[in-house]
Design a protein around this ligand. Structure first.
Ligand SMILES: Cc1ncc(COP(=O)(O)O)c(C=O)c1O
Length: 398
């Protein structure tokens, strides 16, 4: 093609976590016995009553466009959920439903940020956060975290980097990729600073139901400063509904209107069948959610033990989500059997895939050299086998 692509295409990076999933699928289709610790979604199917609601929605004619910011019935179900979770009564005008939390996050950045603005993103970060900021024309300001404190913000680093061009901050607790859950103190400290600096706080609470050691607290309930908070939530991980593509945002009415304007000119409205299924998910039986969480909790225990038994690897216990983020830096700069030096975690992850047939995700892609991301959205037997294979492969490095 002779036409140059836009500067936007050149500027943003492809989602390499999706690329890893594609690679695992390709190897499997070639007959390889691949173990995948790269997955970013529950391995359970959507609970049956939600599936039935989706089928019924089609029979009942919910096969058409809905209002651009989501159907009222779903906004009312979200209202009920949030009233129970936070004690706050959100009006439908404070809610916008999107095709997944990912769309909500991208649209909110486009609605709020411009060229010349900076947005604080804590590193290790979910791969898409810096890209959402870049798509909006703004720049991510990467700030360090403290690895042995659930990857909470390093406030010294934050203070040393900020200036007047910072307009917002993105929080993601529990976090992808680390599984870290920040303490109430760390969140409060960040909220206080956000209020002082007049930053908009974007809180990605996709993993709200997967918190294992404490009770989850929505960010609104920790704000005693009157911050401008935009919260993104998702049906994907809580209800094993990643393919249904429904997420939602709560924010002040002006922000919701601005987001609706952009969303309406891009995808018109969220998927109608998914919206009806989400009503059933939010208002129906929550027992499947509790059962999935208990399975994840058991797997977390197994993966934590297995990872820490790998020589020279260290992993802290993550408080949430279904990820572990162990430190593999000992194995960098070692040689494989062909004499190739493994210079970074992309090389290490490639080596593990080629030799052990195990998919891991390179920490370098999340802004954290030396680490690998492991997902425990797979059964315990697979966790034990996969880590044993990795141990065998690491022993061959010189
Ligand atoms: C931190 C985080 N936020 C948002 C999302 C997006 O979820 P969805 O678009 O499926 O709602 C993901 C998915 O992996 C995620 O890990």
């Amino acid at each position: 093609m002779s036409k140059e692509f836009s500067s936007l295409v050149k500027k943003i990076k492809p989602s390499f976590t999706l690329q890893m999933t594609a690679r695992a699928a390709e190897l499997r289709s070639q007959g390889e016995d691949v173990i995948n610790f790269g997955v970013g979604e529950p391995d359970f199917n959507t609970p049956q009553h939600i599936i039935e609601a989706g089928k019924q929605a089609m029979v009942d004619g919910y096969t058409k466009y809905t209002p651009g910011s989501g159907m009222l019935e779903l906004k009312e179900a979200i209202q009920t959920k949030l009233k129970n979770l936070t004690g706050i009564n959100y009006d439908p005008g404070n809610i916008i439903v999107s095709n997944g939390g990912k769309q909500s996050l991208s649209v909110v950045c486009q609605a709020l940020f411009d060229k010349g603005d900076k947005v604080v993103v804590f590193s290790p970060y979910w791969v898409s956060f810096p890209e959402f900021v870049r798509i909006a024309g703004a720049e991510p300001l990467l700030v360090n975290t403290i690895s042995d404190k659930q990857f909470e913000p390093d406030f010294d680093d934050l203070i040393s980097k900020i200036d007047d061009s910072v307009k917002g901050v993105i929080i993601n607790s529990p976090s992808n990729p680390t599984g870290g859950v920040w303490s109430d103190d760390a969140i409060s400290r960040l909220l206080k600073l956000s209020k002082e600096k007049d930053w908009i706080v974007i809180s990605d609470e996709t993993y709200e139901e997967l918190v294992y050691d404490n009770e989850f607290k929505a960010i609104e309930t920790l704000d005693s400063f009157g911050c401008e908070i935009v919260t993104i939530r998702s049906m994907s991980k809580t209800y094993a509904m990643t393919g249904w593509r429904i997420g939602y945002t709560t924010a002040n009415e002006q922000i919701v209107k601005a987001m609706s304007k952009i969303q309406g000119q891009t995808t018109s409205c969220p998927n109608a069948i998914g919206q009806k299924a989400s009503v059933a998910a939010l208002l129906g039986d929550q027992e499947p959610v509790r059962q999935m969480k208990e399975k994840f909790r058991n797997r977390r225990t197994v993966m934590y033990k297995e990872l820490n038994e790998i020589d020279n690897v260290h992993c802290d216990m993550p408080g949430g989500a279904f990820y572990m983020f162990p430190d593999f830096s000992y194995y960098l700069n070692k040689k494989n059997e062909d004499g190739k030096i493994l210079q970074d975690t992309f090389d290490l992850s490639d080596y593990i895939l080629a030799d052990a047939k195990v998919v891991t995700v390179a920490g370098d892609g999340f802004g954290a050299g030396g680490y690998l991301r492991f997902s425990f959205a797979t059964n315990t037997e697979t966790i034990i086998n996969g880590i044993q294979r990795i141990k065998n492969s690491l022993k061959k490095l010189k």
